[in-house]
Design a protein around this ligand. Structure first.
Ligand code: NDP
Length: 332
């Protein structure tokens, strides 16, 4: 793969310019470009510039509003709803997170529901933003069906990611952010292209049989949830929280509503925050640090989020796939 070194500032400019040239206003373009740049900075490359062609496709087909103006509604004293006005999710999230921080610091627990948005990004942006405010964050969203519930051979669940962040005083937070599918479909496609096998348990072929052949999963087969029926239960929870509770589309409804332009489908996001200070009391940080000490003293263990946070220390250029850059240039 040929790559081109690009500074983080340039990555931001390329993303913003391309989005603006394709129908985003300044505020929406800035919100999306930030998530793209932070993803490249942290080495979450599948959510960096790689996503720009999809964002552009959704703007060009008019599925997504590039000038969305999200609105806020207080559902209860500590539950807030942001209606994303059919724009990209980062715009709604950047308005909702400071509101969630405020109510959680007042009440100990807060809920933010995001609806009428199109989510294509990683979720650690939102949970980590909560942890930076000394709050615990949980977020999840449902996506297009590609995963069979345990026992089934047809897709119903999306890849349904869930993220959790725990704040640490004077340290980067512990953050995990993972799809509830055994493997991303993109990775299965790459394995098929490169002639590699995938582990049994990744997915089923078109006849519903387990296979280690990625082509059979990608072409007419289906992914499985991670961890069998246990992962299936978590994927079910993600559907219910981010669609049933938020009041937006389940994965199967998102598929029915989507115009298949390759951009992000419509959906909602559920975000919840807790204040360890108000709930556990003054000792919360020292106490949890003891736990992290125990955990990291075990050989072979690293805390989730550490890889990204280490990548972040490098402020130099990022090596971007040259073909991708050419594609993005052609979208201007
Ligand atoms: P990974 O399997 O790559 O990583 C999942 C988590 O596990 C990360 O937080 C990672 O931390 C942590 N981790 C990995 N290896 C270790 C280890 N050895 N020890 C401890 N922790 C570890 O992620 P996925 O492929 O499942 O998901 C990738 C992204 O895709 C997520 O950001 C998700 O939000 C996004 N996504 C978004 C969707 C959407 O609709 N918006 C749909 C599906 C996925 P670290 O980062 O530090 O490596």
């Amino acid at each position: 793969m040929t790559t081109t070194p690009i500074s983080l500032d340039e990555i931001y400019s390329i993303a913003k310019k391309t989005l603006i040239n394709n129908g985003c206003d300044n505020l929406n373009a800035e919100a999306v470009s930030k998530t793209v740049t932070y993803a490249e900075r942290d080495g979450s490359v599948s959510h960096g510039l790689f996503r720009i062609p999809g964002y552009v496709a959704a703007l060009r087909s008019k599925k997504v509003k590039g000038n969305s103006k999200p609105t806020k509604k207080n559902l209860t004293q500590n539950a807030i709803q942001i209606d994303g006005d059919y724009g990209f999710a980062p715009m709604a999230i950047q308005i909702g997170i400071p509101e969630l921080v405020k109510v959680t610091k007042n009440h100990g627990v807060g809920v933010l529901t995001i609806k009428n948005t199109h989510h294509f990004a990683a979720l650690w942006h939102e949970t980590e933003a909560l942890a930076e405010n000394e709050l615990i964050g949980i977020a999840c969203t449902a996506y297009m069906p590609s995963v069979a519930p345990a026992g089934a051979i047809k897709p119903l669940f999306g890849t349904n990611p869930i993220s959790f962040a725990w704040p640490r005083k004077n340290k980067t937070p512990v953050v995990y952010d993972m799809a509830t599918a055994s493997m991303a479909m993109g990775e299965v496609q790459v394995a098929a292209r490169d002639g590699h096998k995938v582990p049994f348990g990744t997915g089923l072929n078109k006849d519903g049989k387990e296979t280690d052949n990625p082509s059979e999963i990608a072409n007419g087969g289906v992914l499985l949830p991670f961890g069998g029926y246990k992962g299936s239960a978590i994927a079910l929870m993600v559907e219910l929280l981010s669609a049933g509770l938020v009041g937006d589309l389940f994965s199967f409804e998102a598929k029915e509503a989507d115009n298949k332009d390759g951009g992000p489908a419509r959906g909602g996001e559920f975000i919840m925050a807790f204040s360890p200070q108000l709930i556990a009391g003054d000792n919360w940080n020292d106490h949890s640090e003891k736990f992290f000490e125990q955990m990291t003293s075990l050989e072979g263990v690293r805390l989730p989020g550490q890889r990204r946070h280490n990548n972040r220390k490098d402020t130099g250029p990022r090596n971007i796939n040259t073909k991708l850059l050419e594609t993005i240039n052609s979208l201007k």
